[in-house]
Design a binder for this molecule. Sequence first.
Ligand SMILES: Cc1cc2nc3c(=O)[nH]c(=O)nc-3n(C[C@H](O)[C@H](O)[C@H](O)COP(=O)(O)O)c2cc1C
Length: 173
Amino acid sequence: MTKNKNLIIYYSRTGNTKEIAELIQSMVGGDIIRIETQEPRPANYRKEVEQNQFEQGTDFLPELTTVIDNFDDYQNIFIGTPTWNMALPQAVLTFLRTYDFSGKLILPFNTNGGYGTGNTLNQIEGNINGAKMTSGFSVKGGEENKGILFTIEGIHKDGVSTKLDNWLKQNYK
Ligand SMILES: Cc1cc2nc3c(=O)[nH]c(=O)nc-3n(C[C@H](O)[C@H](O)[C@H](O)COP(=O)(O)O)c2cc1C
C-alpha cells in the first residue's frame, strides 16, 4: 500500500465534472468513484432545480449508495462537484459528512454554467475536519438551463487539459 494513494471522487449529472475526474485520473492515477444517490434524481432539469433548492433549504442529506471501504488508505482526495444554485449539491455534503478527512490533502475541482464556484469550495473546506485543502480547479461546463449539457470536448477539452495540468503542477506534489 502506498502512502500517496489518490482517490478521485465526484458528483456529476451531465458528465462535465465526470470528464474532469477522468482527466485527473489519466494525469495522476488513482481510484475514481462517482457519488450516487439511493433515490434516482429527477431526469427533468426543472424538477431537479426545484428538488435541489428544497434539499439545500432544509439541509436534507440524500442517502448514497456509494461506499468507500478503504477510505483510510487514501492520502490525496480530489473532490469534484458542479455548482448547483451557487452551492454544493446536497449529495456531496452527505459524502463529506460521512468520512473523516483529518490528515488528508483535499484537492477540490468544479464545473459550472458560467457563474463560478459559488459557495462550493467554502462548503467543502468547512466539512473536512480541518484537513489541508489546495486552491480549487474550476472551469465552465454545461448550461443545462439553455439545453447545453456537455461541453468538455474538442478544443474546449484541450484548453481545460492545459489548465488542469498547470493546476496539478502547482497543487499536487
Ligand atoms: C440543479 C442545477 C443547478 C445549477 N445551478 C447553477 C448555478 O447556480 N451556477 C452555475 O454557474 N451553474 C449552475 N448549474 C450548471 C452546472 O453547474 C453545470 O452545467 C455543470 O457543468 C454541470 O456539471 P455535470 O455535467 O458534471 O453535472 C446548475 C445545474 C443544475 C442541474
